[in-house]
Design a protein around this ligand. Structure first.
Ligand code: AR6
Length: 174
C-alpha cells in the first residue's frame, strides 16, 4: 500500500542510515549553509571530491536537476544532490522546478536500485520557498512517483523544524 511507503520523521538527516539521503544543494555543489553544510561536514572530504569531479564534467547543476555521490562517512550509502529553486514569488517556475527536484532524485534512486530515500524540505530554508506550498509539491510528487514505480520502496520526509513537521503530518493524514 502506498501509505506504508511514505514515512515522516523530525530530525537531522545526516543521522539516517538509509540507502540515500537527498541534499538541498546549490548549483556549484561545493557545499553551503543549512542542510548542505551539515551533510558535507558529516560526510567528510570524499563527498566534496566526488562533487568536484561531477562539476568538472557538467559545469554546474541547474535548479531541478539531481546528481549522485557516495555517502562518505555518513551512515547513508549515497547522497543525491539536488538544487531547489530560489523563491521569487511563485512566477518563475518555482513549483515545476521544485517538483523536478523530487522527481529527478527519485529517478536516480530508481536507476541505482536504492530502496530507501530520505528527503529534507528542499528550498524551504535559505531559498525561502513557502513551507506549506513546498510540502504540497513534495508529497504529491512522491505519491505520484511511488504509485508508478516499485523502486524506491520507501520515501522518508525528514523535517528539521516543527513547523514543517506539523505541515507534513496534516498533509499525510498522520
Ligand atoms: N537535517 C534535515 N533538515 C535540515 C537540516 C538537517 N541537518 N538542517 C537544515 N535542515 P536549507 P534550501 C532543513 O536552507 O532552502 C545552502 O546554503 C531546514 O530547516 O538547508 O534549499 C545550499 O548550499 C529547511 O527546512 O536549503 C544552497 O545555497 C530545509 O532543510 C541553499 O542553502 C532546507 O533548508 C539551499 O537552500
Amino acid at each position: 500500500m502506498l501509505k506504508n511507503r511514505i514515512e515522516l520523521v523530525q530530525g537531522d538527516i545526516t543521522k539516517f542510515g538509509v540507502d540515500a539521503i537527498v541534499n538541498a544543494a546549490n548549483s556549484s555543489l561545493m557545499g553551503g549553509g543549512g542542510v548542505d553544510g551539515a551533510i558535507h561536514r558529516a560526510a567528510g572530504p570524499k563527498l566534496h571530491e566526488e562533487c568536484m569531479e561531477i562539476i568538472k564534467k557538467i559545469g554546474r547543476c541547474p535548479a531541478g536537476e539531481a546528481v549522485i555521490t557516495c555517502g562518505g562517512k555518513l551512515p547513508a550509502k549515497y547522497v543525491i544532490h539536488t538544487v531547489g529553486p530560489v523563491w521569487h514569488g511563485g512566477h518563475k517556475n518555482e513549483p515545476e522546478l521544485l517538483e523536478n527536484t523530487y522527481k529527478n532524485s527519485l529517478e536516480l534512486a530508481k536507476e541505482h536500485k536504492l530502496q530507501s530515500v530520505a528527503f529534507p524540505n528542499i528550498s524551504t530554508g535559505i531559498y525561502s520557498y513557502p513551507k506549506g506550498e513546498a510540502a504540497e509539491v513534495a508529497v504529491s510528487t512522491a505519491k505520484n512517483f511511488l504509485g508508478q514505480n516499485e523502486i524506491p520502496e520507501k520515501v522518508i520526509f525528514v523535517c528539521y523544524d516543527l513547523e514543517n513537521y506539523s505541515i507534513y503530518k496534516r498533509l499525510l493524514n498522520l
